[in-house]
Design a protein around this ligand. Sequence first.
Ligand SMILES: [Cu+2]
Length: 280
Amino acid sequence: MRIHSRAAGALLALLPLLACERKPVPPATANVVTITATDFAFQAPDTVPAGLTTFKFANQGREPHHVVLMGARADAGKTMADLEAAMRMEGSIPEWLTFPGSPTATIPGDSGNVTTTLEPGQYVLVCYISSPDGQMHVMKGMFRPLVVAAAAADAAAPPEPQADIVITEKDYGFDLSQPLTAGAHTIRVENAGPQIHEVTVELLAPGKTLADYQAWATGGMKGEPPTRPVGGFIGPNAGQHGWFDITLVPGNYLLTCYVPDAQDGRPHVAHGMIKELTVS
Ligand SMILES: [Cu+2]
């Protein structure tokens, strides 16, 4: 009798575990997509599912690269030819072209993480950085189609990344929810619009200032740049948001946006979308 009642007790103790096991709720997480850049190509999957996505980007080339993720949502009625014309920047950025968010300029050997929400459609990964010969990488063939396929209807929405700082992009500037500090951060990027923007975090070389950068930029960006990019986020569309991870060392930094302006085609930095800040 004693043995039996012990066995019954053991069974009762197991019941909560069994009850838990009947509800398999593994925490849903963002889909992770690896993009690798070389001179001058992207390695990436051909198709990824829609939804919350983390791009892990690594630059294995000898020149800086970035990933401009642009595309047409499935309901936009656009062809790959439309997308290629837009990619070659024939005219201003069309209304239907969407920029969900992607990794900004990354120096050789460096890497970066960006998280955003992808909607089904036809997209393309493009690099618009120029080589020392003045030719943009896209003209050297540095682009790759990416299909975003509809995700399973019952897929649970994964939790969004927990950000400790918000950077708001706008025509033309950046607002920070609080000062950037040394160390690791997850930054939420919001675009208050009306245009598409990016935020590139650039570390100024010791002793260099915004004035040095502007002299270099207005001089045609010749010679050694006074900054080096250390992370950021290209996009998102006005009214949308995404996240990027960054680790900052103490120093002086610039936040920059190189998106061509809808009115005159000049980069937004030339419209004052540049901010100098000190990280301590
Ligand atoms: Cu901008």
